[in-house]
Ligand binder design. Structure first.
Ligand code: B12
Ligand code: SF4
Length: 458
């Protein structure tokens, strides 16, 4: 069967990078002898190209990826799919589908026929088999949400233990060379590619639903498989810069040590960065080894400058530890730290936000990103807000990364907005910070200005 897979064109501005989730499920489908047409909408602002690609694909199954910020785009994509192919089944998947309760999926998306919660590398090919008339029962497909005689049904999602079974993303489809306009924290001199060495996160930060999206158990790829993927990307696509998107890249220090040593032993002259890094386990030997092995950026979810808020967020970390480890990285290596903060978190006061701003200014970090809090289901904070009566329904259709969607009780949106702008202004108006960024990312200046202006418009 030919399966059409798509990230619908977003209504909001996106950082451009190939979508690994789509790449992995394309591989899964091919392994089961299905063919795949992929339309990646990240760069489009309208649905014309989506419509054309879908028309040309003539699929037996249409698969659409849904992010919580892009529910509207998904609804639009469903509508167009129905117009073009009234009888072709539509299946939804992706983070939003995984984090909302299974009972709500078919109610929220009445135009869809199926959805898959959790990882779809195994489930989507099974669904395609079923639709092809092979001997597969609905109940056999992990995470499947479906209707049977008008009744909504669902199976538990699967977080498959051996993620090497998934193979590597279909890079011939994703072609990373098409993504040159990346955000500035990647090496600006190189075309890069994202990559995963593991999935899952055992932590329980109250604002994060990652243990529903990626599972609680950390599942790690074999080192050899990661190295093979890197070498393939170097050889076939000329990629020399990599971004590890693991939920928690520094979770297993021995693994990272082995990975770095393998880069050095094989003489891989690559640069790389890692996101989602918790620093608790990092020590001076590891950070120096990472630098030697090509690490350029470590991005850290610092979240808050108030210990009380960190405790409330269940971040399981301390300001002291963050200060010490970030200080160590900047003192002993050339690795840049990108700090991510949340302001306007539930229960937060103006003084808490000021603590965050002051903390961020004191840390030797290269760039700071201040997000105002956006609530997503599937996490503890969502349940708390629901229980306290502060949350009725989230207006998915209007959620916007470019707007403040929530202000803590007792704080006006205008106060939050002022603090938000103050944070950015105070961080980036310092000449030494500006100079550092210009020196590293000068050639990305137009993109930086565009993003900066977008944030300023809030
Ligand atoms: C890289 C990344 C980004 C990148 C690019 C996304 C991309 N092109 O891949 C950028 C920087 C743009 C980004 C932006 C944001 N992101 Co982000 N991001 C990630 C990150 C770290 C990795 C994504 C990834 O590669 N995952 C690995 C792959 C294998 O998983 P997957 O994509 O989910 O795919 C699997 C399943 O979902 C499913 N599946 C996927 N697609 C489909 C399609 C079909 C048809 C089916 C059946 C199944 C299916 O099968 C796949 C294989 O197992 C994730 C965290 C994470 N670990 O997933 C957050 C994550 C996706 N981001 C998140 C958020 C909140 C954001 C922002 C709002 C942050 C912000 N405040 O600005 C913005 C949203 C921008 C927008 N307009 O929507 C949330 C999404 C929450 C939600 N409910 O939607 C996540 C889950 C992080 C988290 N734990 O909160 N992000
Ligand atoms: S914020 Fe990071 S450490 Fe915390 S639960 Fe989410 S992925 Fe895990």
């Amino acid at each position: 069967m030919n399966v059409f897979l798509s990230v619908p064109p977003p209504s909001q501005m996106q950082t451009m990078m190939p979508d690994l989730g789509i790449g992995y499920i394309a591989t899964g489908l091919r392994k089961s002898d299905h063919t795949v047409d992929v339309y990646q909408g990240e760069k489009d602002t309208g649905f014309d190209r989506f419509r054309e690609s879908l028309r040309a694909a003539n699929p037996g199954l249409i698969g659409l990826k849904v992010y919580s910020m892009e529910v509207h785009a998904a609804q639009q994509a469903i509508k167009i799919s129905r117009e073009l192919y009234p009888d072709t089944p539509i299946v939804l998947g992706g983070p939003h589908i995984s984090v909302i309760p299974a009972e709500d999926v078919m109610i929220s998306f009445p135009g869809a026929d199926y959805a898959i919660q959790g990882e779809a590398e195994i489930s989507l090919p099974l669904l395609a088999d079923l639709l092809d008339g092979k001997r597969v029962a609905h109940e056999d497909i992990p995470g499947l949400v479906y209707r049977e005689n008008g009744v909504n049904k669902h199976n538990s999602p699967l977080y498959h233990m051996n993620i090497d079974d998934f193979g590597i993303p279909a890079w011939d489809i994703l072609d990373p060379r098409n993504y040159t306009d990346r955000w500035f924290f990647w090496n600006p001199a190189q075309v890069g590619a994202p990559m995963l060495t593991s999935r899952g996160c055992p932590y329980r930060c109250a604002f994060c639903a990652q243990n529903v999206v990626g599972g609680k158990r950390v599942r790690r790829r074999k080192l050899e498989s990661v190295l093979e993927e890197i070498e393939l990307l170097m050889r076939d696509y000329g990629i020399m810069d990599f971004e590890f998107l693991d939920d928690n890249f520094l979770m297993d220090i021995q693994y990272v040590t082995d990975l770095c040593n393998a880069f050095l032993d094989r003489g891989l002259k690559i640069t790389w960065s890692c996101g989602g890094a918790r620093l608790e386990k990092m020590d001076i030997n590891l950070v120096k080894l990472m630098e030697k092995a090509g690490c350029q950026i470590i991005s850290v979810g610092i979240e808050s400058g108030s210990q009380a808020m960190l405790n409330y967020m269940q971040k399981d970390t301390t300001l002291e530890m963050l200060r010490e480890k970030i200080g160590m990285i900047s003192k002993y290596t050339s690795i840049r730290v990108m700090g991510m903060f949340i302001i306007g978190y539930p229960t937060e006061t103006v003084e808490d936000i000021r603590k965050t701003i002051r903390f961020s200014l004191k840390l030797p970090i290269f760039v700071a990103t201040y997000f105002t809090y956006i609530l997503f289901p599937g996490c503890l904070e969502y349940e708390r807000l629901k229980a306290s009566g502060e949350l009725a329904d989230i207006p998915w259709e209007t959620l916007n990364v470019d707007a403040h969607n929530y202000a803590p009780r007792g704080m006006s949106f205008s106060t939050l907005n002022k603090l938000y702008k103050e944070a950015y202004f105070r961080f980036y108006s310092r000449p030494k910070v500006l100079w550092r960024i210009l020196r590293y990312s000068g050639r990305r200046l137009p993109l930086i200005i565009k993003n900066g202006l977008r944030k300023w418009k809030f």
